[in-house]
Design a protein around this ligand. Structure first.
Ligand code: C2O
Ligand code: CU
Length: 486
């Protein structure tokens, strides 16, 4: 586990510039949000999924054989302006079929990347053109939706950053992305091939032994006194939940899952991200020149570790820190649910070790827990377990278009579940029946064991939308459903 690597922040940025230069084929002046305006800017990129090698662990370890987009882990960071149109010419050079899902982006259903449900899977050697408008600013990501536990677990993911229409929305010195992943590596730094083992599946998922930031085990991150960073955190791990503490600093959360929230200090100073989630922080670097402070992950209390050190340069960025606290980001164009008339549904999560699930329905058939287990399933939603990648199945609910809904997600298991909804963004309005103070807009809500979360949304995007746990082993082992918006 004790793997070392020095982190070259500037190298990463230099790489991003190279990507931008080669992959931005056409850019025109940007247009009115969402409209097919002839002046709308269209960003065209080419993305190839293929096997590659990545120096995850760093010397003295050899590079790790991975699957990745564009030859690197993470794949290229895609940056577009809010309201523009993204065209991604995708080619599959993997030995398996695959797709791309644009996590958190409110795409038309046909662009959602769910095999069989919204598109045919892309076979080895095949291509697919994704093309859609990007309505919301924020921090998003892209990943496959076929055998996700294995494909994402081997390194297929990248950041999708949608810049605010107003370039002065959040003044700062640097805009930095940390893609957080957790790998299960063997002692020769190769990926452990035990994907889908039943112990992981029935407990907390595939927890690894090597945490990377932007595809590398990272020791230090270089900063300067007086700097203000916008730090975009993306949790792409199969199963690991992060709880980051920036010692001696007071990060301010300004967005969750891409969407602006009232700027606030997180509870206990700790930023919690379940798999799939993103948090945008404003980090004022108020330490003295030359000092070093730690960023630690304390989510699993008995397995806390140091993620990396913030290393201050001897020369400050400026003499005085930024004084004004960050202003709220401009809101995204989301439909406000009408709570007074909203229809209420209950969604019960069941299963897993130390739970009380005795049986579940699979393809209309009642199966006892032991038989479910034999078939690699351990979880249910409202008593139904959906087999791995059975994306076409009976919807959990058929909704009325443009109607408002409140779903109470009741976690009746001993494990936390980050529940992700495609195509729609919801407010988290209550936890355990008590109103949340900020009613955050999110696309993934982490629901702790034996607790509940109420989410509210308007069903304004037509299509069949996946609703699943983003602990990918749970998704594969039954914890997946569909909401239908006609
Ligand atoms: Cu990020 Cu259905 O996934
Ligand atoms: Cu789960």
């Amino acid at each position: 586990m004790a793997l070392t690597l020095s982190f070259h922040a500037l190298g990463r940025r230099a790489f991003l510039h190279a990507v931008a230069a080669s992959s931005l084929i056409a850019t025109r002046p940007r247009a009115v949000l969402g409209a097919l305006d002839p002046a709308q800017s269209v960003i065209t990129i080419r993305l190839t999924a293929r096997p590659g090698r990545a120096a995850l662990a760093g010397a003295p370890y050899p590079a790790t054989g991975v699957w990745c987009y564009g030859g690197s882990v993470p794949g290229p960071e895609i940056r577009v302006r809010q309201g523009s149109r993204l065209r991604a010419e995708f080619e599959n050079r993997l030995p398996q079929e695959t797709t791309i899902h644009w996590h958190g982006v409110r795409v038309p259903n046909a662009m959602d990347g769910v095999p069989h449900l919204t598109q045919p899977p892309v076979p080895p050697g095949g291509t697919f053109l994704y093309e859609f408008d990007v309505p919301d600013a924020g921090t998003f990501w892209y990943h496959p939706h076929v055998r996700s536990a294995e494909q994402i677990g081997r390194g297929l993911y990248g950041a999708l950053i949608v810049e605010e229409d107003d370039p002065d929305a959040l003044p700062c010195d640097r805009d930095v992305t940390w893609v957080l992943d957790d790998w299960r590596l063997m002692s020769d730094a190769s990926i452990s091939e035990d994907f889908g083992n039943l112990r992981d599946v029935s407990h907390g998922g595939r927890l690894g032994n090597t945490v990377t930031v932007n595809g590398q085990v990272t020791e230090t991150f270089a900063v300067r006194s007086g700097e203000r960073l916008r730090l975009r955190l993306i949790n792409v791990a199969n199963a690991r939940i992060f709880g980051l503490v920036f010692e001696e600093h007071e990060p301010v959360v300004v967005a969750i899952d891409g969407h602006p929230t009232e700027p606030h200090k997180p509870d206990g100073g700790r930023i919690v991200l379940g798999p799939g989630m993103r948090v945008d922080l404003v980090l004022d670097l108020n330490g003295a020149p030359g000092i070093q402070t730690r960023v630690i992950d304390t989510y699993y209390e008995r397995a806390a570790y140091r993620l990396l050190d913030l290393t201050y340069a001897s020369a400050p960025q400026r003499d005085r820190a930024w004084e004004a606290p960050p202003r709220p980001l401009p809101p995204n164009p989301l439909s406000e649910p009408t709570l007074a008339t909203a229809e209420h549904h209950e969604v019960v999560l069941g299963g897993g070790m130390m739970g009380r699930m005795t049986h579940a329905m699979v393809d209309g058939q009642r199966l006892e827990a032991r038989e479910l287990f034999r078939r690699g399933m351990a979880w249910s939603i409202n008593g139904v377990a959906v087999p791995q990648d059975r994306h076409v199945h009976e919807p959990l609910a058929a909704l009325r278009r443009f109607a408002s809904y409140v779903l109470t997600i009741r976690n009746d298991t001993a494990w936390p579940h980050p529940m992700h909804l495609h195509g729609l963004v919801f407010r988290v309005i209550a936890r355990n029946g008590r109103a949340t103070p900020r009613r955050e807009w999110q696309d993934t809500v982490l629901v702790p064991p034996w607790s509940s979360a109420d989410i509210a949304f308007v069903a304004d995007n037509p299509g069949d939308w996946m609703f699943h746990c983003h602990i990918l082993e749970h998704q594969a082992a039954g914890m997946m459903a569909t909401l239908r918006v006609p």
